[in-house]
Write a protein of this length. Structure first.
Length: 124
């Protein structure tokens, strides 16, 4: 199972992606999709750093750039900016918790007329 581990360091906020039987890797900020925060990820407030983190997590988790772009702001407001940071650690987000978090966001987007947003699982 994939999980996301956030930590504040002297170099900024870092998020590692851990997957079964794979070496850990740093989460790609996906500045190619949207450059909210060229200085990196953040959490704990509703700003550009949390928006970049939300976009990066959703792009990695969903494997669908268009869906990640469509959903990341609401995901930021619902889950990223409120993430507690104890001693600089944002904690661990396992993928089995992400799908239930994304489902209501997809439903809200569909109700708002964004028919291109479909509810389905990650592409991995």
């Amino acid at each position: 199972m994939k999980s996301y581990h956030g930590r504040r360091t002297r170099y900024g906020c870092r998020v590692r992606v851990c997957e079964d039987n794979q070496p850990p890797r740093f989460l790609d900020p996906r500045l190619d999709l949207c450059n909210h925060s060229p200085t990196g990820f953040e959490w704990g407030y509703p700003g550009s750093g949390p928006a970049q983190l939300a976009l990066a997590i959703l792009a990695d988790f969903l494997g669908d750039d268009a869906r990640a772009i469509a959903l990341h702001q609401e995901f930021k407001w619902e889950h990223v900016w409120t993430a507690p940071a104890v001693r600089g650690v944002a904690g661990v987000i396992p993928c089995d918790r992400l799908h239930p978090c994304i489902r209501p966001i997809c439903t809200t987007a569909q109700a708002a007329g964004h028919d291109e947003v479909r509810e389905r699982g990650p592409k991995h």
